[in-house]
Ligand binder design. Sequence first.
Ligand code: CTP
Length: 218
Amino acid sequence: MNILVTAGPTREAIDPVRFIANRSSGKMGYFTAAAAAARGHKVRLVSGPVCLPAPDGVTMTQVVSADDMLRAVRTHLSWCDVLIMAAAVADWRPADVASAKIKKTGRSMMLELVPTPDILRDIAPYKQQRLFVGFAAETSTVVAYAAAKLAAKNLDYIVANDVSQPDAGFEVDTNRAVLLGADGSREEWQLMSKRDMAERLLDVIETATPQTGGRGNC
Ligand code: CTP
């Protein structure tokens, strides 16, 4: 299969030296891309800024912002059979990016934030026969919020993560999750390495039948 994976955070610039980002290390997406390539799939990885080496056998596209990631996903979408959106895309960006470093004044300052594009919602009309997998990063009401995203973003599966746990979610090498399927399926994944979770996810993907969605080409 042709598998497109996104990973890592995005960075939204405030000025030439500052940005808004989040705690995503990119590990879940990188392990998934590496495991898929090792299984013989063709893999393209769209990555935000992370400190990880490119996995063997994977074609990389490096991006910075949510807008960049949207452009890259749209570029590769027609190529893929499966999209795995493991990236933690920033939800807001500064309304204006200062061209020079903002100097401190000793006073408080207001930063106006505007929404970034929701990549999965943006590409949902172009899903067709592709399998779409999302990740939900939650700190409460994990399964209910993830189920709402599964439906709202027209996904086949969503991996629901409680990122408030010290041994799961952001930055660490282990994870625990609930996998929810649009077909009503539900699997509880107890604590395991992200490498093992990537294999579990690929086992599901390799036997899944995507729900048809959308019509057009991107
Ligand atoms: N996602 C996306 N575009 C965004 C934000 C998120 O495509 N601007 C994708 C993520 O890659 C993930 C899924 O949507 O696969 C859920 O992301 P998450 O951060 O959990 O949820 P949000 O949709 O951002 O909602 P909220 O921040 O309110 O929980």
